[in-house]
Design a protein. Structure first.
Length: 72
């Protein structure tokens, strides 16, 4: 009977450790997914920011050309 109790305790400890490892694995994978999501968002943000800046520079250039043509 005592042997059975010890075996039960060993199994409980084993599954407790597995549960802890699974929890840590879930946290690590969630952190990895959040990091990838943040990288994608930042990449899109910088792409759009650069595109907008380029459009503003083109618009300013056209505006200067039109202004100089009007002044002539």
């Amino acid at each position: 009977m005592e042997n059975l109790a010890n075996e039960t305790i060993k199994q409980a400890q084993k599954f407790g450790m597995l549960d802890l490892q699974f929890t840590i694995l879930k946290l690590v994978s969630a952190g990895f997914i959040i990091t990838l999501f943040a990288i994608v968002i930042m990449s899109i943000y910088f792409f759009l920011k650069t595109k907008h800046k380029k459009q503003v520079m083109e618009y300013e250039h056209e505006l200067k050309e039109n202004t100089s043509n009007i002044l002539k």
